[in-house]
Design a protein. Structure first.
Length: 752
């Protein structure tokens, strides 16, 4: 019997409503939910194509064990878990908790059970080896918030629905649909700003899809901090800022004034290539427009001083009078009483504080309990106390997503250093090709969800929960259930895990097993619109959301102003503008030019790709997919390069060879290469591997071969990889004008 089931997409942050057509417990198709209060019938191609992911014949549906010849054989869950448990106990006996690690990829963030169970397991285990895709994406947002507000999870977002001047720096929401901001139909939201007489200005090295629909102000990559410093300079120099109000809300104002006094726009223009008059006019507009906000994301995060840049974004909003006000940059929250005290307490009793544990290799800080993934390979191969000996990888493909992936691939293959590698995933990929076990995980439509991490990021306060649409295919299991098994495996050797295991066992016996739904129910009931456990008649619970509001429900007219004091965890409830750690980063905002590497590399997101894992869906491969470097005509002409030529892109750390596309939609001196490609045939993705092998080279190359994994080259405060503004050179591949096979490797490494 065919059924229509209401659910929502969990690929990216808008969390668009979907209608799943199901027949005989098979997912037949997906379409946008027209009754969803926010997405209103919108979904991107990736969401609609997810039926092909769920039903992909390449999916891992049964536990796989590595064989002596390097292949994989199907085994039972009991066999896999028994062997993994025994080997894990052995690693713990020989090396302690510090020998065990976990890497979780971006999709883990979209599963409540996955993220919280992983964090709980590794925190109670006491291991320093927790890694995530955050160190290639977002961790400096958390660190900047730590210094500014004392609260690492505070993340101001633009009030899209009411702003009249929105400045977007290093973000492309028409393609990404928003990041660290949940705003379905964001393209319409941006167009609505101009429709009501407002303005959207995109500051970016590339004429992005968003910039094409609004105003574009080109900037030299990785000079955003200099521009922001100059905006502050003008605001203070021209006495545009309200000093009295600023002193009521922040400390360190005089220090900030002294610092930005050294960055007039006439001076920074030589680096940013933005006219000083343009900077001055923008500073005045940000202050004088009643409802204005500056928003930055990946492009402002991945530079050499990404934490400072992220903090400066908030400082510009604060000084201009646009932080925590309607139409400005505002704070969402869960609506739970005492939230501020809960965050402060969590930092005191856990390892999630920035000032806590640091990495063994590179002495870099942990962020929200995670270490920089860029040093993961070195943590495996560097001997000594705390060496990483057993690694779990869930919903991730770090061989493609961290810098110098060949270094990591080699480390994963080194049997002298790594005793156990286990992957929890829906596919075989370039990382788990090296695993001892690959354990099948569910897709988002095979589990229920209420996504806690995004509740404070909706531009319109909103809640939605969903039951599974179909039963897990094959023998797939949710990651949190596997983690419960690992807790049991180490329960006798790690007292904290033993206590958790005992509680889990007792709860199961009385029929009250703790699971993601029960946890989510507590948050829903305590939060905005919740029933407060019966104190608020008609309030929401998890079950009521699923049963009575399957399309989701708006729980507030808009973001509420005046949240700043409740967001800050410092005792005086004031923003810190002069944290010494941030001030020390000023020496990294200017770079010396290298004549041997005169161009600057940036990344870019594609509408039909989600990082490294949707290159196998036929719907997303229609019309051909060619991975290419985008180059400005002036730069191409100077190098004798024509459209479609194979070129060598070289940095100080590696090189790649791929076709080139010549376009005016990029600033001269800049080269853009999409990330997430480079499938080399070692995974089980038939279509992605075929694309990599075809004569058009559409499988692409791994741009991270150009990025350094040296700890000295990582951003110091968040340990993030420097992936934008990287000095490079591009040259025609000698004798290869008719060859279209892409190659990627790091200097001194052999491709795996």
């Amino acid at each position: 019997m065919r059924q229509e089931k209401v659910t929502y997409c969990r690929i990216c942050e808008p969390l668009c409503g979907m209608i799943a057509t199901v027949e005989n417990d098979e997912l037949i198709s997906l379409r946008p939910d027209k009754q969803h209060p926010l997405s209103k019938g919108f979904a991107c191609p990736k969401g609609i194509a997810f039926t092909e992911i769920v039903n992909d014949p390449d999916r891992v549906l049964h536990p796989l064990r590595r064989t002596a010849d390097g292949g994989f054989e199907q085994v039972s869950w009991d066999t896999a878990l028994a062997d993994i448990g025994e080997r894990l106990r052995g690693v713990h006996r020989r090396h302690g908790s510090a020998g065990i690690g976990w890497y979780f990829g971006n999709p883990a963030t979209f599963s409540t059970g996955h993220t919280l169970w992983t964090a709980t397991f590794m925190n109670l285990l006491g291991s320093p080896h927790v890694y995530s895709a955050g160190s290639q994406d977002v961790n400096n947002r958390f660190v900047a918030s730590h210094f500014l507000y004392g609260n690492p999870v505070a993340a101001p977002i633009p009030d899209i629905n009411r702003v009249d001047l929105l400045v977007i720096m290093g973000a492309n929401p028409v393609v990404s649909h928003g990041s660290v901001m949940s705003s379905p139909r964001i393209r319409e939201g941006l167009n609505a700003i101009t429709a009501r007489g407002g303005r959207v200005l995109v500051i970016d090295p590339r004429h992005t899809e968003t910039a094409r629909e609004h105003e574009w102000l080109p900037i030299v990559p990785d000079t955003d901090a200099l521009l922001l410093l100059s905006l502050l300079h003008v605001m203070f120099e021209e006495k545009l800022a309200d000093d009295t109000r600023l002193r009521q809300r922040a400390v360190g104002l005089d220090s900030l004034k002294r610092i930005v006094g050294e960055y007039p726009p006439e001076q920074t223009a030589t680096s940013t290539d933005i006219d000083p008059d343009t900077v001055r006019a923008l500073a005045r507009s940000l202050v004088r427009t009643e409802r204005a906000a500056v928003y930055g994301r990946i492009g402002t995060s991945l530079g050499r001083a990404g934490t400072l840049t992220t903090a400066l974004l908030d400082m510009v909003n604060l000084v201009a009078g646009n932080l925590d006000v309607v139409g400005g940059s505002m704070f969402g929250d869960l609506g739970i009483p005492g939230q501020r005290f809960g965050v402060a307490a969590l930092q005191r009793v856990s390892r999630f504080a920035w000032s806590g544990r640091r990495s063994r290799v590179g002495d870099l800080p942990q962020v929200l309990g995670t270490a920089p993934a860029s040093v993961m390979a070195k943590e495996i191969t560097t001997p000594g106390r705390g060496q990483l000996r057993a690694l779990f990888v869930s919903a991730g493909n770090p061989v493609l997503s961290v810098p110098n992936g060949t270094e990591l691939a080699d480390a994963l293959d080194d049997l002298d250093d790594l005793d156990l590698l286990v992957s929890l995933d829906i596919y075989r990929n370039e990382t788990n090709a090296h695993a001892d076990y690959i354990l099948p995980a569910t897709t988002m439509y095979e589990r229920g969800d209420f996504l806690l991490p995004f509740q404070a990021l909706f531009t319109t306060p909103f809640k939605q929960a969903t039951d599974p649409v179909i039963a897990p295919r094959g023998e797939a299991r949710e990651e949190w259930t596997v983690i419960n098994e690992l807790v049991g495996a180490l329960s006798r050797q790690v007292p904290a895990l033993g206590a958790l295991h005992a509680m889990n066992t007792m709860a199961t016996r009385v029929g009250r097993a703790w699971n993601p739904e029960r946890l989510s129910d507590v948050v829903i009931r305590m939060g905005l619109g919740g029933d407060r456990f019966g104190l608020r008649r008609g309030g929401l619970t998890y079950r009521r959301l699923v049963r009575d509001e399957p399309h989701g429900v708006v729980v507030g007219d808009g973001l509420m102003p005046g949240r700043l004091r409740d967001t800050i965890t410092y005792r005086d409830r004031k923003v810190r503008l002069d944290a010494p750690e941030l001030v020390a980063e000023l020496d990294r905002v200017a770079t010396a030019a290298d004549p041997r590497l005169p161009l600057r590399l940036i990344g870019m997101r594609e509408i039909r790709s989600e990082n490294s894992w949707q290159h196998t869906a036929p719907m997303l491969l229609r019309g051909g997919r060619e991975h290419a470097a985008r180059l400005h005509p002036d730069d191409a002409e100077a190098r004798g390069i024509a459209e479609g030529d194979l070129v060598v892109v070289r940095s100080a750390h590696g090189q790649v060879e791929l076709p080139v596309t010549i376009t005016d939609d990029i600033k001269p001196g800049v080269v853009a290469i999409p990330h997430g490609w480079g499938h080399n045939g070692s995974g089980g993705w038939t279509r992605a591997n075929a694309a990599a092998a075809n004569d058009l080279g559409s499988g692409g190359v791994n741009v991270n071969a150009l990025i350094s994994s040296d700890p000295d080259d990582l951003e110091r405060l968040a340990g993030m990889a420097n992936m934008t503004g990287v000095p490079i050179e591009v040259s025609l591949l000698a004798g290869a004008r008719d060859e279209r096979q892409p190659i990627a490797h790091s200097l001194g490494s052999v491709p795996s």
